[in-house]
Design a protein around this ligand. Sequence first.
Ligand code: OAD
Length: 231
Amino acid sequence: MKKLVVLSGAGISAESGINTFRDSGGLWENHRIEDVATPEAWQKNPDLVLDFYNERRKQALSVEPNAAHYSLVELEKHFDVQIITQNVDNLHEKAGSKNVIHLHGELFKSQSTENPELVYDIASWELKKGDLCELGSQLRPHIVWFGEAVPMMDIAIDITEEADIFVVIGTSLAVYPAAGLVHYVSAGKPVYIIDPAKPDITFKKNMIFIQDKASTGMEKLKNELRITSDV
Ligand code: OAD
């Protein structure tokens, strides 16, 4: 089976009802990154940071995967599919995708502030002051904040280098190092980019832009890949 690798971003969850970050009305319009998504924010005002991610978790619990997530599951019948997502929601897993790595962490996990390798599931929406790891230190959201290293990046690069087909869906490609992954696709392998807005990057010869939202864009991709839907 050919290896199909997907880089997804907030846009794939937009039709499920989760706001993106940088579109108008997006999350970063109403919250300052430096107040809620940096290690400094956590030092300065952990309550605000906990509240912000508690809200994100509440929202994520109230939504379902959309047709685009399910299309990626369907592709597993035809390809060895590996998803690299920048999203912290769990909609790829909820839809049934088998191989998902989260570059920017996961909403429904917490990590120890003393040892970031200690990671725990969060069953519902709330992470609060006084929730402690086994070493007795406060738990924080398991999110890769701005200014922090991206521990999954090396694995993501290895996977990208092996791709026969690379699909970028619903990301502005504005945040590095994730956005740089497209440069690791082997020469001559196709890169499909699905997004209603053209990302602000230099388009190379192997890049095919499908200007559409995620659900219908995925239908077009399946046509391109000659896959007939069995729904
Ligand atoms: P952005 O908000 O930067 O970009 C969202 C992209 O989705 C844009 O290109 C939109 O045009 C597109 N979009 C909007 N609606 C869509 C739809 N219905 N279908 C398909 N695409 C749609 O989000 P990301 O690129 O994911 O990091 O942002 C990258 C990272 O920046 C995030 O992981 C997050 C953020 O700050 C952290 O929080 C660490």
